[in-house]
Ligand binder design. Sequence first.
Ligand code: HEC
Ligand code: HEC
Length: 321
Amino acid sequence: MFLTLLLACDKDVQDSAPTLPPVDVVDMASYLARCEQVLGPMPQIDCQSGTEIAVTVTDEQGTRAVTHSSDLEGGARCDKPSVAGCGWGSRLGVVENDQGTSWIFTCRNYDDDPAFDQLNLIATDPESGQTCFLSTKHRDNDFGAGDAPPRPGSPEDLAWFPDRSYWYTLEDLGRASCLVCHDNDAVLRNPWIEQPGLLPIGAPLGPYEIVAQQALLELNPSDWAYPQDIAHPDAAACTQCHRLGAGRSCDLALRASGQNRGLRTSAMSSYPQSHWMPHLNASQTLQDYPTEDDWKQVFGLAAETLADCCSEAPSEDCFSD
Ligand code: HEC
Ligand code: HEC
């Protein structure tokens, strides 16, 4: 209780402090400075402190952990693939700073070499929705050798490799927009990333603001703009709880409603795993909707509507003007 009060006071002081002029964002160092101005200090990121996210396969012999690509041979697909497939050994960590900002990171492994291949980071304030994105390059096999990551944009970062920095430069981030997929709100969930139970519960209908969006838009005008939200009244059974943007997360929405079973995974291709919304947890789905028909009674119309609104030629009713 005392602690809560103290924190509350702290926040009041911060809120009433004169706001400094925003840092001009011209490179990764100033992007991070702007992020810290809005979200508070970036903590040290340690991949080893993250929790490994399970990758499993299920066959006649039961369910077992994937520990090598050979476990996936012969058409075996993992039960809960990530956006990047069935790579094993990735980790998820969440560090909250004193300002209440969650710094959520994934250290991803894409191959049999246990060294991580990519570090992705989202810093988001659940109240204001202010969000920053940071990343290292994709399939960077020199990454994750145990060194503590340098501060993004620092001289150490820029000199990390002979020919490039450790983290994305601002231009890299501009090019590789995160908003194209992270389009409903900062955090994207699916049955894979949900497993460790670490992701903070956000406010899915609250604000979502991209820090330094203008600087990112200047680098990439189409991909750092918010996609439209699906506003079709017939999709309300889904959109009552959260926005659904018509960006690339539409693919996730179709998967969540059993329509795009994409990777033909062993478990995700049949009910209840194939319908992971509104419950990411399959046993809860079964409890509330014992059969696929029961699910359809409640969400069938919304699911069909999403199929239209996520298509190449959505009907006009999908978006409000
Ligand atoms: C192609 C779509 C796509 C793009 C582009 C994308 N992400 Fe993600 N991201 C996902 C999905 C889907 C998840 C949920 C877990 C999974 O499958 O990996 C996710 C999860 C994450 C997570 C774990 C927290 C969470 O939201 O679940 C982080 C951190 C992350 N992404 C950072 C980034 C950053 C930084 C960028 C841009 C440099 C980026 N992502 C671009 C699709 C994408
Ligand atoms: C009872 C509330 C509820 C309903 C109804 C619901 N969802 Fe969700 N959904 C959630 C919550 C909570 C999350 C996690 C949100 C977050 O991470 O900010 C989520 C996440 C998602 C995600 C992952 C992307 C993201 O932004 O995290 C998708 C896709 C999704 N829902 C689709 C659907 C679809 C399709 C339907 C209708 C079939 C649906 N949802 C119905 C509560 C709901």
